[in-house]
Design a binder for this molecule. Structure first.
Ligand SMILES: [Fe+2]
Length: 396
């Protein structure tokens, strides 16, 4: 039997015209005995709609790993690799991840203390919060009234040595109930978004690209982003913007010569836009926190030079300039009416196209609000494809 797809329930804040091809709830799937045909339909839907939701799912860590791996059969290790690659305990990600001993590619994430869980006698989980990562924070008084922020917009990717996973699977086991919160942008725009407690928020990289004016589209299709070596160690002392969309330029990053040993050949250098393998559309896919440099190709022959940025190509190495430029390109796409904040129920399985969306955790729990999710993604066997010659001709 074929799988069935229906639009995700969009929140009242969303602009429905921007969600026509974003997100689907999938029914008619049996994960215990998934037929190759059903899997092909899921794969096709993932690339077309970027976020897929399955409800009331029972899934073991082994099944979750197998499902995730099916999207990239040659992939093997967790998306962030082992602790050696991550730069061990110095990484900003270290406290957020607990490995399931039986299936080390699957991580237990969440909040509060979980007992006797899949071979873990006791796991203390901490939901990451903007209060320890942003330069400024929502006051405790405002927080008590239910105000919060996006934590960190990102792509799941080590961005060093390993290639960004194609898909991430998130399976909710325990979801605490609590009042909705107001996610504030605090960037002078007055933007805010009503969100369920502990939502995962998604935005479309395709929309992010489509919103750009012609001048910035031309720049996007001609640019590559070079990331810092061991970016999650590098950024640990630095502080983020109030929107969670990148880092404030205050010179706080770990100096490159004080990082764990690294090789320039392992630094990630990735196209700014990634080509969807099914729809052939471009997504603006940049992990704003890890960026270090932008390398711009010259305009192709025949392109209009008028108004073009870096018509003869360029190499932007001033970190503030790099960040300001990327921020200008990404900020429009996280506007409240373009965000899908998922309202988690227990036993939800969400699959997202990690090469077509940006996502972030949102909000804050109290210590007694226990949340337990299984997360899996795998360092990909290939690098994301950038724009092809036709795309560059069309947009540059
Ligand atoms: Fe993530």
């Amino acid at each position: 039997m074929a799988i069935q797809l229906s639009p995700l329930p969009a929140p009242a804040s969303a602009d429905p015209s921007k969600f026509v091809n974003f997100g689907r709830e999938v029914t008619g799937v049996n994960f215990v005995d998934l037929s190759p045909q059903a899997f092909e339909e899921i794969l096709d839907a993932l690339y077309k709609y970027d976020v897929l939701l399955f409800r009331d799912v029972t899934l073991t860590p082994e099944q979750q790993y197998a499902l995730t791996k099916a999207f990239d059969p040659a992939s093997e290790s967790y998306g962030h690799g082992d602790h050696k690659i991550e730069g061990n305990k110095k990484s900003i990600l270290h406290p957020d991840l607990k490995t399931i001993p039986r299936v080390p590619q699957v991580q237990l994430i969440g909040n509060g203390t979980v007992y006797n869980h899949e071979g873990l006698a006791e796991a203390k989980l901490k939901h990451p919060s903007h209060t320890t990562f942003h330069k400024t924070r929502v006051s405790q008084e405002d927080e008590a009234k239910g105000n919060t922020r996006f934590y960190r917009w990102h792509i799941d990717a080590a961005l060093y040595h390993l290639s960004p996973p194609r898909v991430t699977t998130l399976y909710s086991i325990k979801v605490p109930q609590g009042a909705r919160q107001t996610c504030r942008y605090d960037d002078g725009t007055g933007d805010e978004l009503d969100v369920p407690l502990g939502t995962t928020a998604f935005v479309s990289g395709k929309t992010m690209f489509n919103l750009l004016p012609a001048q910035l589209k031309s720049l996007a299709v001609r640019s590559k982003v070079k990331y810092a070596p061991h970016p999650y160690v590098w950024m640990t002392p630095a502080r983020a913007m109030s929107t969670g969309l990148g880092i404030e330029s205050e010179g706080l990053e770990v100096p490159l010569d004080e990082l764990p040993p690294w090789e320039p050949s392992k630094q990630a250098v990735l196209p700014m836009t990634w080509k969807n393998p099914v729809t052939k559309e471009l997504s603006f896919q940049v992990h704003p926190c890890g960026i270090l440099e932008i390398i711009v190709d010259p305009l192709p022959t025949g392109a209009k030079r008028e108004d073009a940025l870096y018509p003869d190509g360029g190499h932007v190495t001033d970190l503030k300039e790099v960040r300001d430029l990327v921020y200008k390109m990404q900020r429009p796409a996280i506007a409240p009416n373009l965000v899908y904040p998922h309202d988690w129920r227990e036993q939800d399985l969400v699959l997202f196209h990690n090469r077509g969306v940006l996502h972030t955790v949102v909000g804050a729990f109290t210590q007694d609000q226990v949340r337990a999710f299984h997360q899996c993604n795998l360092a990909a066997s290939d690098v994301p494809a950038g724009p092809d010659e036709e795309d560059i001709k069309k947009w540059a």
